[in-house]
Ligand binder design. Sequence first.
Ligand SMILES: Nc1ncnc2c1ncn2[C@@H]1O[C@H](COP(=O)(O)OP(=O)(O)OP(=O)(O)O)[C@@H](O)[C@H]1O
Ligand SMILES: [Mg+2]
Length: 364
Amino acid sequence: MRIIAIANQKGGCGKTTTAINLSACLSQLKKNVLLIDLDPQGHASLGLNIKPQELNRTMYDVLTPDPERKVRLDEVLIPISETLDLAPANIMLSAIEQELSGKPEREAKLSQVISLMVAKKTYDFIIIDCSPSLGLLTFNGLRAANELIAPVETGFFSLHGISRLLETTNLIDKELHYKIKVRALITMFDCRTKFSQEVKDEIYKYFSGNVFSTLIHMNVRLKEASSYGEPVITYDKRCRGAQDYLSLAKEVVQGYSSSPVETTAAPAVKQRNEPQTTQKKAVFMLRAPEAQSVEIAGDFNNWVATQESKLEKLNDGVWVKNFSLEPGRYQYKFIVDGQWVVDPNNPTTELDTSGNINSLMEIR
Ligand SMILES: Nc1ncnc2c1ncn2[C@@H]1O[C@H](COP(=O)(O)OP(=O)(O)OP(=O)(O)O)[C@@H](O)[C@H]1O
Ligand SMILES: [Mg+2]
């Protein structure tokens, strides 16, 4: 049985669309699939035409520590088709983080309930749709899974924040001594724009090539299908979205050929005498099509713009620079043709000691 978490704390990057449509396509390939909705928004449930607010039993009841309320995972399952079951969720699930706080093994609850269910009922695949927050619920999802699919949209700033997700999987690797296999999935790809192509190249670099060769293109049928409460493969099996997700399902069935992603964060198994690094990769991006030069200065380079701090211009007027940084809080600004500007895509700012407003990036 393969347990795959779909996670990325970037909101709206296609996690739920992937969870629903990958599950449905695996099921079409005659695999037995359980889709677990682990997001209090209940979007995976809604997208399969289940009204989560009307349900008496959901993932909340499975994960609650309250013995009066607790039920087994197999008691909440809703059959969607012959080979696809759903474990639904609704807003009640948001209470779980509070209820489990301070409880022993609180991050292993989902893993435990899956193990208990497997004694009675098994699946070829369990797909877990995680929420955009990287809290206890998502930690439970990652801990239960042996694989992670990180959908990354090819939009502006799409890689922002992904290092925290990879850091979490590294933490799990370190504590549990097994490596979660991580693969990125490029979503909402628009082949007409050079920008999509360039972000795609960045994603390949960032994930060291651990990226599905299937691309999920921008396709309005995917949005329509979910608003009708149907997977796209039954809504319109000929559309691009259906073909993409079918291709993804086939690629998933084939398994992994490349090694799991390593980040610059602490690796799971350290070699003896290997220098320890806790550095994380930070990606800075600015769209400035008219600019002749863009540099970055901040706490990480003592506010001195050098050759090293120049951003590289991609086509479509997007400027990019990667830095490897130790965890910490960093104020910074871009210097666009000599003018100091805050990062327009980062809403977090902070005053420096002279009262200037700077952008603030926190690396954990
Ligand atoms: N390939 C695509 N083409 C067009 N629209 C898409 C595509 N993938 C997802 N969408 C739409 O984008 C929106 C966000 O997608 P989705 O809900 O899957 O993201 P998410 O990562 O689960 O969001 P959240 O972080 O809130 O859980 C939805 O309206 C969905 O229908
Ligand atoms: Mg979602």
